[in-house]
Design a protein around this ligand. Structure first.
Ligand code: AMP
Ligand code: MG
Length: 439
């Protein structure tokens, strides 16, 4: 990662409406986008290992795909000029063209050739009639199966060029097959293979360190004294990161002690491109997390105009010979997930070299009226289903408290109510971010 020259104070000074005490979600996203380092190191991977990785350079087609005109059907290749208007066409069969074999010699007028899907179009022939539309009149019951047979084609069935695939119709020579920044999907790997590429250049995987802070936290498997809670955030954070395709370094649980925090955040910054912590960034925090973060680098502490979420730290912290991005997320289990989706996901994708792509949202009718204060973005847990008429509907349900993970687990999407939006009436359409396919 290269350090970014612009200081955070400079970014803040250029953002109209920047208010760290009540920062709009879209401004916070803009801010973060401006401070991200871009990837520097590439590696070449065999295609089979490249799923979900980010393409480091444009892929220009070095071949025509397909390489030559060929048949899209099993049937008979013919000249469209031989087709009779308003009456049956009778063509004499002259040979067979199989997929993978060399093109056949030119045919005489009135002749056709049996052809299989993917076989090269014989020279001079431009159209294929699928075999199921034809009738065969055998010339010589005792002779060879095809030579000399008459293929009968009904009128009005074909136009010139039907069922013929053109050379280069999939990828033309020299065309842009895939753009740098693409997160490789199954179809992309197939496309690369169709160009004959065995390997592909991708950006190095981002390394992301995760830690939880808080004296009240206990690791799973340990006894739970009164007043303590199990550390669930590390499990949700690591799982979201794994889905994002980054390399996850789970650095465990850190006590609310300055030396321990300094050591843990310093180590995280040395090992990783980005550090994600939960807890300790609230305004009323009596702990040391914020102070240690500020000591280690340049860190902004925000109250974001959102619900759930609100407190968040964003900055750059110094490891050994290396600067890492810091995302200090709130401690509440649902706030952690929502702030991750709202800010961290896109930031890590950009740091991974991925081109920005908006999240796909559904529009669904809310089954009940929603209370919403204008002046903050709200993320409400919802369950999307099909209404009896087939349209999408979303039910906001359960306890929407920012610490209530069970309602997050039961939901299948987040209803996103924009900053300006006020109360919503039952039946109104709202935006929903579906969990499936999110990362
Ligand atoms: P904080 O942001 O540190 O004030 O924490 C807010 C709430 O989230 C408190 O109730 C914490 O106990 C809880 N919390 C903080 N970290 C975690 C964690 N890793 N797992 C579960 N709950 C947490
Ligand atoms: Mg705390």
């Amino acid at each position: 990662m290269t350090p970014q020259a612009t200081s955070l104070a400079e970014i803040a000074s250029c953002l109209a409406g920047y208010d760290p005490q009540s920062l709009r979600v879209d401004l916070a996203q803009d801010f973060i986008a401006q401070m991200l380092p871009r990837p520097q190191q590439q590696e070449r991977l065999p295609l089979r290992q490249a799923l979900g990785r980010v393409l480091a350079a444009d892929i220009i087609s070095t071949l025509q795909v397909p390489a030559a005109d060929n048949s899209a059907m099993d049937g008979y290749a013919l000249r469209a000029s031989d087709l009779q208007a308003g009456q049956e066409t009778r063509l004499t069969l002259a040979g067979t063209s199989l997929a993978g074999s060399a093109p056949r010699a030119e045919l005489a007028a009135g002749e056709c050739q049996r052809i299989m899907t993917g076989a090269l179009m014989p020279p001079g022939l431009d159209t294929v009639v699928p075999q199921e539309f034809t009738r065969l009149e055998r010339a010589d019951q005792a002779g060879q199966a095809d030579q000399g047979d008459i293929v009968v084609i009904p009128p009005g069935l074909l136009r010139a060029g039907d069922n013929r695939r053109l050379a280069g119709e999939d990828l033309a020579l020299g065309s842009l097959a895939l753009s740098a920044g693409r997160v490789l999907r199954p179809a992309d790997l197939g496309l690369l293979a169709s160009l004959g590429q065995a390997e592909v250049a991708v950006w190095r995987r981002l390394r992301v360190a995760v830690l939880s802070t808080g004296d009240e936290l206990r690791a799973v498997g340990e006894p739970l004294p009164p007043g303590c809670v199990y550390d669930s955030n590390r499990y949700t954070m690591c799982a979201m990161l794994e889905r994002l395709g980054v390399e996850v370094l789970d650095l465990g649980l850190v006590r609310d002690d300055p030396a321990a925090l300094r050591e843990a955040f310093g180590r995280a910054a040395s090992l990783a491109d980005a550090v994600i912590s939960s807890g300790g960034v609230s305004v009323g925090e009596a702990d040391h997390t914020k102070r240690v973060m500020a000591e280690l680098g340049e860190v902004m502490f925000w109250r974001i105009a959102m619900r759930p979420g609100r407190p968040m730290a964003v900055g750059r912290i110094q490891g050994e010979g290396h600067t890492a991005m810091l995302f200090g997320l709130p401690g509440n289990p649902v706030a952690v997930m929502v702030t991750f989706y709202a800010f961290v996901r896109d930031a890590l994708l950009a740091m991974s070299g991925a081109s920005a792509a908006p999240l796909l949202m559904l529009r669904a009718a809310t089954t009940r009226a929603l209370r919403k204060k204008a002046g903050r973005t709200e993320y409400q847990r919802g369950f999307v289903s099909r209404a009896p008429d087939g349209s999408w509907q979303v039910e906001i349900g359960g306890n929407q408290g920012s610490g209530v993970l069970s309602s997050m687990s039961q939901a299948n999407g987040l209803v996103v109510l924009s900053h300006e939006q006020g109360d919503v009436a039952a039946g109104e359409q709202v935006d929903v971010l579906p969990f499936d396919g999110l990362i």
